[in-house]
Design a protein around this ligand. Sequence first.
Ligand code: ADP
Ligand code: MG
Length: 464
Amino acid sequence: MQQDTLWQAVLGEIELSVSRGNFITWFKNTSLVSQDDGTIVIGVNNIFVKQSLEKKYSDMLGAVLKKNGISVENIEYKIVASQSPARVSHQEKPVSVGVSGISPSGSDFDQEDSPAAGSSVLSHSYGQGINSRYSFDNFVVGDGNELAFAACQSIAIQPGKKYNPLFLYGGVGIGKTHLIQAVGNAIKTNNPKSKVLYISTEQFVREFVQALRNRTTAAFASYYRAADVLIVDDIQFIAGKDKMQEEFFHTFNTLHQANKQIIMSSDKPPKEIQTLEARLQSRFAGGMTIDMQIPDFETRCAIIETKAQDHGTSIEADVIEYLATNINTNIRELEGALNQLMAWCEMRGLDPTLDIASSLLNINKSRPKHLSSKQVIEKTARHFQLPIDDIVGPKRDKDIVVPRQVAMYLLRNELHLSFPKIAKELGRKDHTTAIHSVEKIQKEIQLDPSLRTAVSDIKESLYA
Ligand code: ADP
Ligand code: MG
């Protein structure tokens, strides 16, 4: 009991020094197992929490323990059966929102929530389009998505007050829709009357075109301009649609001036959305712009673990690590692979093993027969306007090194060549160069939209 009190004190302190999301993901379900002779044993739910704590938080834990009068020489982590297997149970209240005591001021939300309020003739109602499956609770937080998570939580507590607009951007399948819908769900939970409007840009454009055709643009405008919270997903699709941009500009201004929260997601930052009017570009970037990235390895493992648990399946750590290593750009794909694996095993009454996982993934990864290494190198060289001899040669200038690394990345990801083979194809002796290059490009693609575009252009030319 005393240990328990001590641990609660330690957790209380940690809670103040890490983000809410990180606390929930990595600390909430830990316990103090034993404490003896300078060694403290902390109980964790799974291997990924263990790895993450070891790697990222041991120093901080040591310091907090010391502050609480315990000096430890050694912190150990032990996997103990979880008290609440559904760590991210959907029944739990949304994290911090509503329990913090701060809730959005009622006055912002006291309008009637009638479907198609005002003179709108639109067939859907506020709140429609938000999927209750997406919550803060079942969003695993780690490097890559932490900032976006924190901003979204903060908005859920006080919509329209701080980050307005919020502009989230990043690659496909990394959790943008999940997070922005989680904001909508949390606000609705806190304030059932609030008019939370979530819409994909495609639907937004479709409705607008219909309104133009039916001469009901006034109703369209008043419907959207009466929202308390407007969440627009994949706003990049507004590019090139002049009339829609004009309409959205006015909707945006009306809401923004009334301190109504606006949230947008996109696959690229505002300034890179081609043919987006300058005035919209500056409006979009006028609040908080966050670059979301694929979560790091430990977090990807924790996501798989969580999803498998939700499904009632337990999967061995080696299998989880295999999935998280091999699928490292897209959480949707990671989820897809996991579902495929679970379904395959369920049908046959087998437990998922590394062999099964690797054979299933290899099916997807079978090398495209029509592509050769030579073609990959050629197309890469052509894209960067370099002679092939430079790419496979000894030069180390930056404008040659990066294309060379891109070629390695593509050989790995498109042809699934081994690292020694990749090194050989590019005239390198040491295969660790290939490993570093592939990892580097993998990372930079997340950070650098122009590199992302270059890689996708080359891929397009390969498969054209
Ligand atoms: P995006 O909108 O960026 O393309 P989504 O939000 O649709 O991506 O995410 C793809 C899938 O991955 C969804 O099923 C989502 O629930 C899941 N996902 C992404 N990130 C996380 C995370 N950090 N924790 C749990 N699930 C996640
Ligand atoms: Mg999305």
